[in-house]
Design a binder for this molecule. Structure first.
Ligand SMILES: [Zn+2]
Length: 96
């Protein structure tokens, strides 16, 4: 969602066709990279080894600035877990 510039709290019905296209491409590219690297660095395999894919927005990167704008990364509880996002690069309200 970070690579697509979409806020994780944005309701599906508010996604434009352009949002959906960017998100679809981003999901495919990111999952390919995660698979090639043996999973995310926030997860472990059955042998206890962390994955080699460096997450961009996660508990591991919360204290670091956004890699695009340099702003603070936000963490919010959502659907039983947490979401990490940049409020500037992934705005909830659309700039028109
Ligand atoms: Zn940002």
């Amino acid at each position: 969602m970070f690579n697509a510039g979409i806020n994780p709290r944005l309701p599906l019905e508010k996604l434009t066709d352009d949002d959906k296209s960017r998100l679809f491409k981003s999901v495919k590219q990111t999952l390919l990279k995660m698979t090639a690297a043996g999973g995310r660095d926030t997860e472990k395999d059955i042998f206890g080894r962390s994955g080699g894919y460096e997450t961009v927005m996660s508990k591991r990167t919360l204290s670091q600035p956004c890699p695009v704008c340099g702003g603070a990364v936000a963490r919010q509880a959502y659907l039983g877990g947490n979401v990490y996002f940049c409020p500037v690069c992934q705005p909830l309200e659309r700039r028109s």
